[in-house]
Design a protein. Sequence first.
Length: 266
Amino acid sequence: DKNYREYCSKICCMYALKHAHHLREKINADVYEMYIDMRCTGDGYEEFYERVSAEGVVFIKGKVAEVTDRAITEEEKGKLVVVAEDTLLGRLVRIPVDMVILCPAMIPRADAGEVARMFSITQKATGFFLERHAKLEPQVSAMDGIFLAGCCQCPKDIPDSVSHGRAAAAAALEIIDRGSVVTEAAIACVDKTLCHGCGICEDICEFRAAKVILKGGRMISTVNEALCKGCGVCAVACPSGAMSIKHFTRDELSTMVKALAPVENG
Ligand code: SF4
Ligand code: SF4
């Protein structure tokens, strides 16, 4: 329901069908399923929907308006009454039942924001963690060395979670097996003679690459080359000009600008 969650939670239709199937199979209960849209995307899922339908589960396309215990007929007395609009028949229905099972959307954990801050990874608008590339690297976060496995990235069913987890484990093993990391060519570097350890670069670096440490009796910034992405934010923010990006120092940029500037007087 877009009024509550804008994204498709992907698994709700299928777990609702699974519950319905079990209730029919185990205790032969009458089962009614209210739905807005039935999405059965997966190998054998549509067939499962048809099987559950053939088992006698009643599907009603329409939103539930309310669940009430106010009976208006003899049959409704002592029951919960589900009031809904059957949009295919175009009429209001009242169904007396013993039990109502809600099938809510999967949502991120309450502490997802805290985890994201701890590992410097990004959350999507939905609150799930953002992958580096939705199609090619869904198991990798934007932060080197931090991998995503399962429903922290988006709602997934069990087969998708297993595949995603295996992909994350393989990506981590690849780094361990290689025994080294390939760093960016243009990364930040500190001129120790100019740095006065103010910590602005550490505060501003999204990748936690810059860190001020005590060295030689004074505070000074250092850059973790494996984490630095060479974004240049620290170099712009550094008040003393101590931070620069390799191959893009002030002198190098100045030389490039001069080379590009029109030559005066022929
Ligand atoms: S912002 Fe500049 S001066 Fe301040 S700690 Fe970082 S490198 Fe040093
Ligand atoms: S260049 Fe970017 S990633 Fe590297 S230390 Fe500076 S702010 Fe951090």
